[in-house]
Design a protein around this ligand. Structure first.
Ligand code: ADP
Ligand code: MG
Ligand code: MG
Length: 875
């Protein structure tokens, strides 16, 4: 089996086998870009390593050495040679990029002999020893597992001894001293001397990279990003080029477009006289890429040219790593750059206009869930702000919370439901859990391509980086800004779009869709077959939904209107009524209020359909809790000076007890209320039609649809439909207008789905209420399951996802599919939609498309997500 591919043998499409980094190094090599020669050990070798009890598969090394010989030939250097030694990097690289999560070793092949050769060949003693100390440190850390801080201490001592500030100021003497100390430290920690044989070094490094696939942070990263755990990493062995050879050398990273905003402009950072990690680790604050033009125009132009070539080659924004060795440019990596949601949209829209991709490709470029980041609230620009400091606008969005100074603390408070801002000098891949738990990230060092910035943008978290006004004191758990101390727990806000750090909470405003975003979603609508409606209970929500592109309202819950504090006493009066007359008095008071509600919503949605569901929840939800009543009654009894109120409360308690149910979810609710109290249904129907009549007279084009909840079969539906139709006829007669309306039903009881052919004959539309349908089909009470035993189901892989989040295609989905076919079979004009939470969840939206529904309805803020998901379901 072939486990080793030279860069010249691979190509971009071989990501599965070579990993993203390896495949792209091969691609760049083959389109003639300056890539240092090397080879890739495949992901299959890594997987075999794991399935083989952590042993590399037979024959791997037999393929590695000849490949290395090819690299020797191509570079004219020899691995381990005392005259002209070849040095290599050993780089991890899985199919999906996991920046910084796995390990890489640079300068491998150095030992006490080869370092001398490097001195002679480069005539640069300082440089050679700098490489050597870096190598021992990385190898010690990554391969021999001697922790980083052991080396940091020695480095600090060396700087102190020499009296300098920066690593780059260390003399050759100091570096030599460090090498000796590093080696001693390693021998003490591991019980073995540092390996001097380059072949042994290479073997150990390859194994270490395989192992790094399974380190804690890589596992967490895969979990968060839904990357499978069994695809393994490839290992790239590549000849070294040196950015640390002096002031004519350097290293950097750049995006072909701005990863925060999507603006088409080269965007990146570099450091002269530095190697690899120096830029991303945030140790020195790097220079913006534009200044490279002043430093070395020729190199800058070459880089611009290669960048745009790479972008058109890959037809996407690229994230590029490069190194300059003595004035010569080398490409070390390219990949499709991670970006914020708003940048993703702008890039997709502009790439289409530049003729690089089709609309369909543009639509597939963004994960619908990513849009969620854009639909959140932003800082109110009009608010008065107490700006404490300014850093780099590393990841857009705004966040407020308590400041904390460690990832552990962020995680702890985050889990307890607190909002926190993680404040660090810089972040490392080990902080990933804390970053996840925080509302926002604030660092005092590091640039726009620092770890904190890249990870935050990817997660859609606001971040401000490189804010050097912050003096963080981890020991005392506080930060000092311009002489003022802020202890952990102080409230800060950060604005990742402007880089501002603000004291206290800041008011937020609702998001708006950018022009790019609108255009993008219009393309989605062109492509999609499913229409997207919204669930909205008030005119404001309806207007919001319209602005987000909803083409109607799929669910208005009338009970939310009953919850208004002014109305609740009247609602209680209705519920507590002993006789029909009493109830009608209360209903008469509610009628104008409901009419007003419907008037507002129908008007806001003129030209579009509005589906109004009749009263659904069990009545006792509108009554006070019995425990509270008992407390009140006990108090009244003790004072004994208000017998009337006491009686009233006791009567209320009796009624509350009488109405309380053992299984309210399966109890007196939905159309069952209308069966017992038809006058409630009639009042609601009257409110709908009187509002409609008014609007029609005022010249509005309105489309009310009345929806009957929780039917078990056609009988209840027919009874309810008659009440609605009769009321409509009455109102039309009274008002002398003609109204067009529909009467349909929710399908949320499995029996109704089973009898969908009969129901379909008499209903105008079905709307699948998938929250209840899931509960009842699976016999799973959502409120009891989610916090309690569902997690165990997920952990034991009895379910792959929470069925209340992602529609259960196998069971509930089968029922929907069947009901769709049965219903359409008897009524070809039957309207079909879904109005549960699932209507805004991309995977479920795709399923709705597949079974042939006409529309999905979801909360207004998820409308754009559903529109995109509906389009992706077609492509
Ligand atoms: P990561 O996946 O964490 O980005 P890489 O394998 O890309 O790790 O290595 C990190 C950095 O090391 C690179 O950005 C590059 O600057 C440097 N590097 C890797 N290989 C070489 C090489 N052959 N020559 C010079 N620098 C290298
Ligand atoms: Mg890299
Ligand atoms: Mg329901």
């Amino acid at each position: 089996k072939k486990y080793v591919y030279l860069f010249s043998e691979g190509k971009a499409s071989m990501r599965d086998l070579l990993g993203g980094k390896g495949a792209n190094l091969a691609e760049m090599t083959n389109i003639g870009l300056p890539v240092p020669p090397g080879f890739t050990i495949t992901t299959e070798a890594c997987n075999a390593y794991y399935s083989n009890g952590e042993n590399v598969p037979d024959g791997t090394w037999d393929q590695v050495w000849p490949a290395l010989a090819e690299v020797e030939a191509a570079t004219g250097k020899l691995f381990g040679d005392k005259k002209n030694p070849l040095l290599v990097s050993v780089r991890s690289g899985a199919k999906f990029s996991m920046p910084g999560m796995m390990d890489t070793v640079l300068n491998l092949g150095l030992n006490d002999d080869t370092v001398e050769a490097l001195v002679v060949n480069t005539q640069n003693e300082r440089f050679a020893w700098d490489c050597y100390r870096r190598f021992i440190q990385m190898f010690g850390d990554v391969v021999l597992e001697v922790e980083h801080y052991n080396f940091e201490q020695i480095l600090e001592t060396a700087k102190e001894k020499q009296g300098v500030h920066y690593d780059s100021e260390l003399s050759a003497e100091s570096l030599k001293w460090m090498v000796t100390e590093y080696k001693k430290k390693i021998e003490r920690k591991t019980g073995k001397p540092f390996p001097m044989d380059p072949k042994v070094q290479l073997e150990l490094a390859v194994l270490a990279v395989f192992r790094s696939w399974n380190n804690d942070r890589a596992n967490v990263y895969r979990k968060i990003n839904n990357i499978p755990h069994d695809i393994g990493t490839a290992v790239n062995v590549q000849s070294m080029v040196f950015g640390n050879m002096g002031s004519d050398s350097g290293t950097g990273v750049a995006f072909t477009r701005n990863p925060s905003t999507g603006e088409k402009a080269l965007y990146g950072e570099y450091l002269m006289n530095a190697q690899g990690e120096d830029v991303v680790a945030g140790i020195r604050t790097p220079q913006p890429i534009a200044t490279l033009a002043q430093e070395n125009l020729e190199i800058y132009n070459q880089f611009v040219e290669i960048s745009s070539r790479l972008e058109s080659h890959y037809r996407d924004m690229q994230d590029i790593e490069f190194t300059i060795e003595r004035g010569k440019l080398y490409m070390l990596q390219t990949r499709n750059g991670k970006r914020t949601a708003s940048a993703a949209i702008r890039v997709a829209v502009e790439l289409f206009h530049e003729g690089m991709i089709s609309k369909e490709e543009a639509i597939m470029r963004i994960e619908p869930e990513q849009l969620d980041h854009l639909l959140h609230r932003r800082m109110d620009t009009g608010a008065k702000l107490q700006v404490l400091a300014k850093g780099l606008p590393a990841s857009p969005g705004a966040a407020s919370g308590k400041i904390v100074f460690s990832a552990e603390e962020a995680e702890r408070l985050g889990e307890a439901g607190e909002k926190v801002i993680l404040v660090r000098t810089e972040t490392t891949p080990d902080d990933i859990r804390g970053i996840l738990a925080a509302q926002g990230i604030l660092t005092s060092r590091g640039g726009m391509t620092s770890h904190a910035a890249v990870v935050s943008r990817h997660m859609g978290k606001p971040a401000v980086c490189g804010c050097d006004a912050l003096k963080i004191d981890y020991g005392q758990d506080l930060v000092v800004i311009e002489g003022v101390e802020y202890p952990a727990g102080s409230i800060f806000s950060i604005d990742g779009s402007s880089g501002r750090v603000i004291k206290g909470e800041v008011a937020m405003v609702d998001p708006e869709l950018s022009e790019n975003f609108k255009e993008y979603l219009d393309w989605a609508d062109e492509i999609a077959r499913l229409r997207v409606m919204a669930n909205a209970d008030t005119p404001t929500e309806a207007t919001n939904a319209r602005n987000f592109g909803a083409v109607g309202i799929g669910l208005t819950r009338t009970e939310h209107m009953f919850m208004d504090p002014e109305r609740i006493p009247i609602v209680q009066e209705m519920i507590l009524a002993q006789t029909l007359e009493e109830r009608e008095v209360a209903l008469a008071k509610l009628l104008p209020m409901q009419e007003g509600d419907f008037y507002g919503i129908l008007k806001a949605m003129q030209g579009l359909s509005v589906t109004i569901r009749l009263l659904d929840p069990p009545l006792h939800e509108f009554l006070p809790h019995s425990e509270e009543l008992i407390v009140e009654i006990t108090k009244l009894k003790m004072t004994q000076n208000d017998p009337d109120t006491l009686h009233e409360k006791e009567a209320l308690l009796r009624k509350v007890r009488a109405l309380s149910e053992l299984n309210p979810m399966l109890g007196h609710r939905g159309c069952r209320l209308g069966v017992s109290f038809p006058e409630i249904t009639v009042m609601q129907a009257r409110a709908i039609f009187q509002a409609s009549a008014r609007l029609v007279k005022e010249g509005y084009d309105i489309h009310p649809e009345v929806m009957i909840p929780l039917i078990m079969g056609k009988e209840e539906f027919l009874m309810m439909r008659k009440l609605v139709d009769d009321t409509a006829a009455e109102v039309m007669r009274e008002q002398n207008v003609s109204l067009h309306y529909k009467v349909g039903t929710m399908i949320e009881v499995p029996r109704a789905a089973l009898l969908a052919d009969e129901v379909g004959k008499v209903a105008d539309f079905f709307s699948f209420g998938t929250n209840d349908l899931t509960q009842m089909t699976m016999g799973l009470s959502r409120d009891d399951a989610q916090g309690k035993f569902l997690p165990a189901y997920l952990e034991n892989k009895l379910m792959s996802t929470d069925p209340f989040v992602v529609l259960d295609r196998a069971g509930v989905g089968k029922l929907i599919d069947m009901a769709v076919k049965l219903g359409r079979g008897t009524n070809p004009n039957l309207g079909l939609g879904i109005c549960g939470e699932h209507g805004g969840e991309p995977n479920s939206v795709e399923f709705c498309h597949m079974v042939g529904l006409d529309y999905v309805s979801c909360s207004p803020f998820r409308v754009p997500i559903a529109r995109l998901a509906a389009a992706q379901a077609v492509v």
